[in-house]
Design a protein around this ligand. Structure first.
Ligand code: NAD
Length: 500
């Protein structure tokens, strides 16, 4: 990807509209900082409303133009080519995202290899029939339904997994025949621009996939824009609420993937070694910066001390280090604001009386003195009404809460405004299913944690969101359903004199 300008090593990118990089109408640029080194390595425009208008006009023109003529089979072939383009450039894409948010290269490399699979899956679904013929109460009328694309979709994404969460939207949106405008987080904009460029290189007509950058402004402008038909949003619950109310004014379709405070519940009959691995991966994977982080660890009281002790041993073994190093097990926090927020919550938890048993401070990584590293942290003796158990930290902090029995575990697990995910660890299969059935969460993992995939839905109950991504029904979330009535009889009779 060629920047529009380069000044003393800092690459300045434009907006990607109509299959080319163009300068924004604004002179305001946002710095993109590598959180491991503190170095500013790129700049992107803070798009103005005029830029948003331009992106929407381009997407609308494409929707009504060339793209409308593409058959589902053509869109499917494109998605497979697009996936291949991502696979061919997986190393570069992974690298860009690591430079933006400090995720481990080994985790990101895996994610980049998985992304084409999402496109392959929706390429398959693009050609599946989505309409029905419907038996009616009327004679001589034939009724069928068809699914049509919504139009222009705004895909607004957060910084923690900007590419995968974009792919979750792009696959079904393009498969269904929509055009898309991506608005990545200001912290991680460059990788999305590259994905848009790859789509163009794979043969997408101009305007079908535009990417604009900026702070909250362009996102908010898309939300109220009359030329946008749907907002597909992943981000914080507060922003999701703002988007839902703004989009409500023009009754746009909205899907929201929001925050979480997910319980990871360990019963005394669990395979403890496996459970410990799941607890560690659940909260310290991606430095805890995942919506599905198992941030509340609920442990049955008769094994509580043993689990906390083992958790501390394993937490202290985690190697925090350079995200580029394959031996590192935890990378950085993605931004200074998030780093400050995580450290603040450590103080909040201490002041509330939670017992700090591991971590609790910045981590020093040799050669990366300006890096935003925080030691993986465990608090024991947490009560579920403490802020550390109720508020999403989005960082490597585990809150370990005791429970007495199944009913108590379910009560504590559901006592939260969120409902994104939950884990249940028990070798008693009846118990695991029984508990899983009573958890108010969009995803329940039994004896595993932190898995997602293209073939099964992901989304939240309660304040964790509206709608689902992935799985076959995600395609339908990017369509309108039309019901068509056809007279197969002798024509319509006079309504006022039907016997005539
Ligand atoms: P955020 O809500 O601050 O920002 C998300 C995106 O919204 C960014 O692109 C931002 O620029 C844009 N935005 C900000 N204000 C806007 C407005 N008024 N109108 C429209 N767009 C606006 O979230 P973040 O800090 O980037 O990401 C972290 C959050 O994302 C966490 O709460 C996390 O739980 C959530 N998340 C959820 C999922 C999920 O699938 N449920 C996945 C990943 C992250």
């Amino acid at each position: 990807m060629t920047p529009l300008e380069t000044e003393s090593g800092v690459r300045r990118y434009g907006l990607f509209i109509d299959n080319e990089f163009i300068p924004a109408s604004t002179e305001t640029y946002i710095d993109v900082t590598n959180p491991a080194t503190g170095e500013v390595w790129a700049q992107v425009p803070d798009a103005s409303e005029a830029d948003v208008d331009r992106a929407v006009a381009s997407a609308r023109k494409a929707f009504e133009g060339d793209w409308a003529g593409w058959r589902a089979a053509d869109r499917a072939k494109f998605l497979i080519r697009f996936g291949q383009a991502i696979a061919d450039n997986a190393d570069e894409i992974a690298q860009l995202q690591v430079d933006e948010n400090g995720k481990l290269i080994r985790e990101m490399a895996g994610q980049a290899r998985l992304m084409p699979e999402y496109f392959n899956y929706y390429a398959g679904l693009a050609q599946m029939p989505t309409g029905n013929t419907n038996p009616l109460h009327l004679k001589d009328i034939f009724n069928y339904t068809v699914r049509e694309p919504l139009g222009v979709v705004a895909a607004i994404t957060p910084w923690n997994s900007p590419l995968l969460l974009l792919v979750w939207k792009l696959g079904p949106a393009l498969a269904a025949g929509n055009t898309v405008i991506a608005k990545p987080s200001e912290i991680t904009p460059v990788s999305t621009l590259r994905i848009a460029e790859l789509a163009a290189e794979a043969g997408l007509p101009p305007g079908v996939f535009n990417a604009i950058t900026g702070l909250g402004g362009p996102g908010a402008a898309l939300t109220t824009h009359p030329g946008v038909d749907k907002i597909a949003f992943t981000g914080s619950t507060a922003t999701g609420q703002a988007i839902a109310s703004a989009a409500g004014k023009s009754l746009k379709s909205v899907s929201l993937e929001l925050g979480g405070k997910s319980p990871n519940i360990v019963f005394d009959d669990a395979d403890l070694d496996s459970a410990m691995n799941g607890l560690i991966a659940g909260i310290f994977g991606a430095s805890g910066q995942t919506c599905m982080a198992g941030s509340r660890i609920l442990v049955q009281d008769n094994i509580y001390d043993e689990v906390v002790e083992e958790l501390v041993i394993r937490t202290e073994r985690i190697k925090v280090g350079n995200p580029q190093d394959d031996t590192s097990e935890m990378g950085t926090i993605a931004s200074k604001a998030q780093y400050d927020k995580v450290l603040h919550y450590i103080e909040v938890a201490k002041n509330e009386g939670a017992k700090l048993v591991a971590g609790g401070s910045p981590a020093r990584v040799e050669g990366f003195e300006d890096g935003l590293f925080i030691r993986p942290t465990v608090f024991a003796n947490v009560r579920n009404d403490m802020r550390i158990a109720q508020e999403e930290v989005f960082g490597p902090i585990a809150a370990v809460i005791p429970f007495t029995d199944e009913a108590d575990a379910i009560r504590i697990a559901n006592d939260t405004e969120f409902g994104l995910a939950a884990g249940v660890w028990s070798q008693n299969i009846q118990r695991a299913h029984r508990v899983g059935a009573q958890l108010k969460a969009g995803t329940v993992w039994i004896n595993n944690y932190r898995k997602t995939g293209y073939a099964t839905p992901f989304g939240g109950y309660k304040q964790s969101g509206v709608g689902r991504e992935n799985g076959p029904n995600a395609l339908l979330e990017y369509t309108e359903e039309k019901s068509v009535w056809v007279d197969t009889g002798q024509g319509v009779k006079d309504p006022f004199n039907p016997r005539a």
